[in-house]
Structures are given as C-alpha cells and as structure tokens.
Design a protein around this ligand. Structure first.
Ligand code: CTP
Length: 404
C-alpha cells in the first residue's frame, strides 16, 4: 500500500510557521505531504524550508509553465487523500466559500474532489465578523471540516478565538481522517527484524545476501498502522525507514540479536530478516592482501546466533506470538514444518526463493502460511505490502481470540 498523501495549502497567517512542525510530524507518521503556498504565505515561511521538510517540490504559481507541464493543477488537487488548509486566513475562507479561483491555492480548492480540512487562524474580530461567520457556515454546509480556531493570545496582541490549533491536534485530526479504520493492535508492542546482515571478512569486505528489507519494512509499517508500538531492527538496506516505527540500524547478526533481546518484553515478534547463518570466525584488523604467487585465503565460518529461536525459546520473556519466515528451495511445506518445530516459533511464512521466483530483492511474494493449527494455507502471489496487510489481519485475529 502506498503512503497516504496530504496536500497542505499553507495560507498567509503568522501561524504558517506551525506548518513546518506539522509537516515533520506527518512525515514521521509515514504520510507524504505536498505543499502549496499562497503568495502571502511565502512572506512568512520559506519555500525552501517547506521543500526540505516535505521532501517534495513546493507549488506556488498557477501559471508556472514547468509546474503545468509536469503536473497540472487539476492533478495536483486530486492526487491527495486529504486536502488541509492551514492556516486558513479570512481571505482564503472567503474565497473558498464563494468559489473564487484567482491563484493556485484557491483554484486547487475549487478543483479538488477530496475531503477538505481547514484550520482557521486570524484576528478574533475577523473571526467574529458576520462575513466570516457566513463564510464558515457555508463551508460547513459544503462539507468542509473546520478545526478550531483555539482561544487565547493572537499574534496581533488581541485575545479571543483566532489562534490556529496546535500541530499535535491538527495531526490527530488528519490521521483520524486518513486512517479511520479500527486500530486492532492498539496497546501491543511488536518487534520486527528486516533486511540482510553483513558479516565482515576484513575491514572492507563482507558476506551478505540479496535481501532488500522490503517485506520486513512493510510488515513493520502495517503493524504500526494497526496501532501497535513497533520497533524495527534493520540490517543494511537502501529503502527508507517506515513512518511511525522506531527503527534501529545494525550491521551484523550479533548486533541484530543484541538489539532484539534488548527490545523485550514485546507481545509479538516477526523475524523477516535474512540473517546470515555464518560469520567469518576471525576478522583481521587490516585488509587481507594478495601475496604474489600465494594461494587465495580460506575463510573459516562459525555459526551466528539464531534470533528467531532465541526469541521463541526465551526462558522469561517469550513474546505471545512469534512469527518466522522460511526461505526454501526444496519441498516448501515439509521444510517449513520442520523449521517451525526446530525454532519453536508459532507461525512460519514459507516462501520459495528458488532462482527465477524473484522473491529475494523483488517486490512480490507468494506465501504458504503454517500456523500449526489445520492445514497449510497457500496465499496468492501478492505485493509485499499486501502480504504485510494480510499477515497483520491474521495477527489481529489471533490477539482478538486471545482477548475474548
Ligand atoms: N533467522 C534468525 N536468525 C538466524 C537465522 C535465521 O532469526 N541466525 C530467522 C529468519 O529471520 C527467518 C527464519 O529464521 O524468520 C528462517 O530463516 P531461514 O534462512 O529460512 O532459515 P535458517 O535458520 O537459515 O535455516 P536454513 O538456512 O538451514 O534453511
């Protein structure tokens, strides 16, 4: 599932600075934010700061040739899941209520087919003025959600209703609209491992595998969306940290094991990392050099700790549900059942990683779920994000059954 998208229209009020904090918080939650600044907003916040925080191009001109060539204003208004106007000035509210479209912000607001949430900010007298009252009533009748304004000191020195709500409150309102579904894993702590591990041979060389971390990261993100408090322990990957998840970066299997054990106690653990089974026994401090006429070096390997097994067999803090993966190239079901018994985990998601399946490093996965209850459950080939959603739904069922 791709990230939720917010189109944030920043109006020209002093409270525009609060939008920088809002953008940061939204991105922490994994929400993509595209920003549009009105001409007045550009006087109050720097488009450069907005672009840096949002990680996206900032739009401000209706008739900028490049903007129109790259992305028309209609598309810009439709690509978001939610349009947020903050701060919504008296002028912006008046334009919206009357359907005016004389700049990019007002044109987008007229062209959008998405829900709109506005956070007004203005002088208390402007807010109380009958014209603003009429405009707000009309916007409410049009289905626009109005959040605030809050009471208190305003930038102009007058006290009353007119302050923009704080970023934390705006964030809550936005997330409630973007993620209205139930949060079945609320209150549960989850640990996820993801990616490969790198096992050094010398200071410049290492043993690794083709894992991209996509499946583990998608699971961590899906667990967080379902309300769990998630700690992700990731080996070296090139994909970004998922939003709303605490990510710890490690290199080796031993570092991964240490980080996982330090995360206990947790309610559930999903081990999706492709942990290197072995590591070079000794790692010289200097780079191994070729000696003229000499034979190639021999690297002696020793076994790494088995993280999944050490969680599943933990003497005092075993998670209530321990889920592993089984990457196999032989008889999938038989190998996976044997692995489940050997490691002591509750569920195994078996996948065929034979050459040509493209699972390792790819974007799709075909799972055979073995829970130990009933027959193995073959899932169709799915995008790794969809596998994550399906697994999280099963995990939610498990905890719901336990609770009842
Ligand atoms: N795993 C782990 N720590 C290890 C090795 C594996 O936590 N040192 C976990 C993986 O994250 C996965 C499961 O164990 O959830 C199975 O991994 P896999 O590579 O399929 O199994 P191995 O234990 O490596 O067994 P084999 O290579 O013999 O198939």
């Amino acid at each position: 599932m791709s990230a939720e998208r917010v189109l944030l229209v920043i109006g020209g009020g002093i409270a525009a600075y609060k939008c920088l904090d809002l953008i940061r918080r939204l991105r922490e939650q994994g929400v993509a934010v595209r920003c549009v600044l009105t001409a007045a907003a550009k006087q109050l916040v720097s488009p450069l700061a907005v672009a840096a925080l949002s990680g996206e191009k900032v739009f401000d001109e209706l008739f900028s040739l490049t903007d129109e060539a790259e992305m028309g204003h209609i598309r810009l208004s439709r690509e978001a899941d939610l349009v947020v106007v903050a701060p919504a000035t008296a002028d912006l509210l008046a334009k919206m209520a009357n359907g005016l479209a004389d700049d990019l912000a007002s044109t987008l607001l007229l062209a959008t087919d998405k829900p709109v949430l506005v956070a007004p900010a203005m002088n208390p007298h402007m807010w109380a003025h009958p014209a603003t009252r009429r405009n707000v009533e009309r916007l409410r009748a049009d289905g626009v959600a109005i959040l605030g304004p809050a009471e208190g000191d305003t930038a102009c020195g007058e006290v009353g209703a007119g302050r923009m709500v704080e970023p934390a409150e705006l964030l809550r309102a936005i997330l409630a609209r973007l993620r209205p579904g139930p949060r079945p894993l609320q209150g549960l702590r989850a640990l996820v491992t993801s990616g490969p591990t790198h096992e050094p041979i010398d200071p410049v060389r290492f043993v690794a595998n083709r894992s991209s971390g996509r499946q583990g990261h998608a699971i961590a993100a899906a667990l967080a969306r379902a309300g769990a408090e998630v700690m992700l322990v990731s080996g070296p990957v090139t994909i970004p940290d998922p939003g709303g998840v605490r990510t710890v970066h490690v290199e080796t299997a031993r570092e991964m094991a240490e980080a996982c054990l330090a995360a206990l106690p947790v309610d559930l653990a999903v081990c999706a990392a492709a942990v290197a089974d072995w590591r070079p026994e000794t790692v010289p401090a200097q780079k191994i050099k070729k000696t003229p006429g000499g034979s190639p070096p021999t690297v002696r390997l020793v076994e790494n700790p088995d993280i999944l097994a050490s969680l599943a067999r933990h003497p005092t803090a075993r998670p209530r549900l321990v889920v592993g993966f089984a990457a196999e190239t032989g008889d999938l079901e038989a190998e996976a059942r044997a692995k489940r018994a050997k490691k002591g985990c509750d569920w195994i998601l078996a996948n065929d990683v034979s050459e040509g399946t493209g699972v390792f490093g790819g974007t799709r996965n075909r799972i055979l779920l073995i829970t130990g209850e009933g027959p193995a459950e073959p899932w169709p080939e799915l995008a790794k994000e969809a596998v994550a959603e399906k697994l999280v739904a099963r995990i939610a069922e498990f905890f719901a059954r336990r609770a009842s």
